[in-house]
Design a protein around this ligand. Sequence first.
Ligand SMILES: Nc1ncnc2c1ncn2[C@@H]1O[C@H](COP(=O)(O)OP(=O)(O)O)[C@@H](O)[C@H]1O
Ligand SMILES: [Mg+2]
Length: 243
Amino acid sequence: MNTLLQLQSIHKAFADVRVLEDVSLSLAPGEVVSLLGPSGCGKSTLLRIAAGLDRAYQGDLQLGAHLPRGRGNGIGVVFQEPRLMPWLSVAQNVGFADGWIAEDKWVQQLLRDVGLQGRGDALPKHLSGGQAQRVAIARALYGKPQVLLLDEPFSAVDAFTRMKLQDLVAELAARYGIAVLLVTHDLDEAFYLSDRVLILGGAPSRLQRELAVQLPRPRDRRSPQLGQLRGEALTELYQSHAL
Ligand SMILES: Nc1ncnc2c1ncn2[C@@H]1O[C@H](COP(=O)(O)OP(=O)(O)O)[C@@H](O)[C@H]1O
Ligand SMILES: [Mg+2]
């Protein structure tokens, strides 16, 4: 299977409330795929299933044969909030998975990668929201993942910081050859970053549509083609009564 991660016909309910119905998706090496949908439509639920954090579902999750199994399973996750350990330094948070045997050279490289060189000894409380999220990104990269799962990682920061973080993640994913599954409710973000955008909607949620973004990188946020794709997605969201 030349796929890193495949979800096949996922059905998920909380008690008797059905949230996801027959959702299938796959992620190929190096690909950036966004899962776009309104708040409450089940995006985080699906991402948690993909991350192996929730096993109470119907359907099938398959990981690519090349992904290592078990701890450090080749998948890094970034959530909406940074979830840093407040008593650990920035560097210790980045190398958290390895504790005191963390590889310091790699930690320092990652701090440079995310623009936090020299801040390794700082405590999380001394960071801005955007800087804290940079630490969370570095921590997710520490295990050298082949897949990054991102759950609205940019939605708690201001619009300018958000654009910078989007570019940072795109650049690092391309540099390290990491495939990305990004959950977002931000249409601009989805189309700017992705090769494919999957629109989730309805009650319970199903995949309504898949839009391919065949634009070369680096992309221009002002490009009319991105505007057109955004329009198509909006139409789809209206039709599925998501808006
Ligand atoms: N642990 C839970 N128990 C009960 N209901 C939940 C739980 N987690 C999520 N839900 C419900 O499932 C639906 C989808 O939630 P979620 O996946 O968080 O949506 P999204 O991430 O798209 O905003 C929501 O209606 C939410 O209230
Ligand atoms: Mg969510």
